[in-house]
Design a protein around this ligand. Structure first.
Ligand SMILES: [Zn+2]
Length: 401
């Protein structure tokens, strides 16, 4: 058991208060939360006190590529052409060993914990983050990526997916889920999208998908034209115009459906927003990545007005340089309690996990973060978390000086 007392406590689903505490039971769940003098203090349990800090739910990062953590230093985004940048990442990935991906995943998870992030929604193609989260007992959903732009590759891609998913499913745990991610419209053929959607349905796997990120993607889907089409045709792959938006295209393929996390969703119009709402999809909003690649701004206000669950995501260190969610909130135009809600309960809701995490409520998992007082009011420069807890286990702490 663990008891944490802090100068200020933010339950998120209830008003914040001064000098509060949280009691965590032996199963890693919140047993009590409230003013310090009303939260039991059983003798002999682990106790931590932070009079000059605020206690809140752990933050939820709705889009990461932690298996690329090792590429953050030398390969930051400075390539103006998106397609060239994607090719460069592919080359760097091809040059990375399985051990290096695993080490990158561990480093990325620890970096998240140091920033008070207790849940990640990862998309990756190596399985390294699934294995690392399992070994470190971290929380997350790992959406395994599938590629295959040539319709002729469909059955080969599916065979590979099924073979990879089988051992990864054995790593699933109450705090660790597997999902699938057919990568993006210019890397996945229509038949492969449909096959992955059917596989996800049969296996009860959640879906995340990069969609409506760039103007080039819209041109590719709608008109079968632009740099993505040229590149595929150069490889002898047939490209057909779909005469609709990327969101509508993926709804038709059955990929964007109830609970699907739509990553980026920048190039969307009113009918796309209505469609996302109608099917019950979520959005992972990555404002710094979108700005860095000059893709534009996602219509956050429209999503929220429509009632679409929106969480914030950093995307990879290769796109944004660091995994600072408070900076994402700032870039999204959110501050104070609005930012806190977006980074906790709304992120949990976007991942379909709001009954388990995202707020300090009795019975929920004890996923917690303690930040210095100034963090919420003045989130930049980024503040390290003083303490991070996942399912009642301390995974990060800054020892007292
Ligand atoms: Zn991404």
């Amino acid at each position: 058991m663990l008891r944490i007392r802090a100068g200020r406590v933010h339950p998120v689903t209830a008003p914040s208060f001064e000098d509060g505490a949280v009691l965590v039971d032996a199963n890693g769940r919140i047993a009590a939360v409230g003013p310090n003098n009303r939260v039991p203090a059983p003798a002999g349990i682990q106790a931590r006190q932070f009079p000059d800090a605020e206690l809140m739910p752990g933050l939820v990062n709705c889009h990461t590529h932690l298996e690329l953590t090792h590429l953050g230093g030398g390969a930051k985004h400075d390539e103006p052409e998106f397609l060239t940048w994607i090719r460069r990442i592919r080359e760097l990935k091809d040059a990375t060993s399985a051990e290096a991906f695993y080490a990158a995943a561990v480093a990325g998870i620890r970096d998240c914990w140091a920033r008070g992030v207790t849940c990640v929604a990862e998309t990756g193609s190596t399985g390294a983050v699934m294995r690392a989260l399992h070994d470190l007992r971290g929380r997350g959903i790992v959406y395994h990526e599938v590629f295959g732009p040539d319709p002729a590759q469909c059955s080969a891609s599916m065979a590979e997916l099924e073979a990879t998913v089988r051992p990864l499913r054995r790593l699933e745990a109450p705090q660790l889920r597997l999902g699938v991610s057919p990568h993006a419209p210019y890397t996945v053929s229509a038949p492969l999208y449909e096959a992955v959607a059917e596989f996800a349905r049969l296996e009860h796997l959640p879906i995340a998908v990069h969609v409506a990120e760039s103007k080039e993607e819209t041109t590719f889907v709608r008109d079968g034209d632009g740099p993505f089409a040229t590149a595929l045709r150069a490889r002898g792959i047939m490209v057909q115009p779909q005469h609709c938006s990327p969101v509508a295209y993926l709804v038709q393929r059955g990929v964007v459906q109830r609970g699907t996390v739509c990553i980026h969703s920048v190039q969307v119009d009113d009918s796309d927003v209505a469609l996302l709402r109608k099917v019950g999809a979520s959005v992972a909003h990555c404002p710094r990545s979108n700005a860095g690649h000059r893709h534009g701004r996602a219509p956050l206000a429209e999503f929220r007005t429509a009632g679409i669950p929106v969480g914030l995501g950093t995307d990879s260190v290769v796109s944004v340089g660091d995994l600072d969610l408070w900076a994402e909130a700032g870039a999204a135009g959110l501050s104070g309690n609005d930012a806190l809600r977006a980074l906790t309960i709304e992120g949990a809701r976007a991942l379909g996990w709001e009954t388990e995490i995202g707020s300090l409520d009795v019975g929920k998992a004890a996923d917690l973060a303690v930040f210095p007082f100034a963090a919420l009011r003045r989130p930049s420069p980024p503040f390290a978390a003083q303490l991070t807890v996942v399912r009642g286990q301390i995974v990060h702490q800054i020892s007292a000086p």
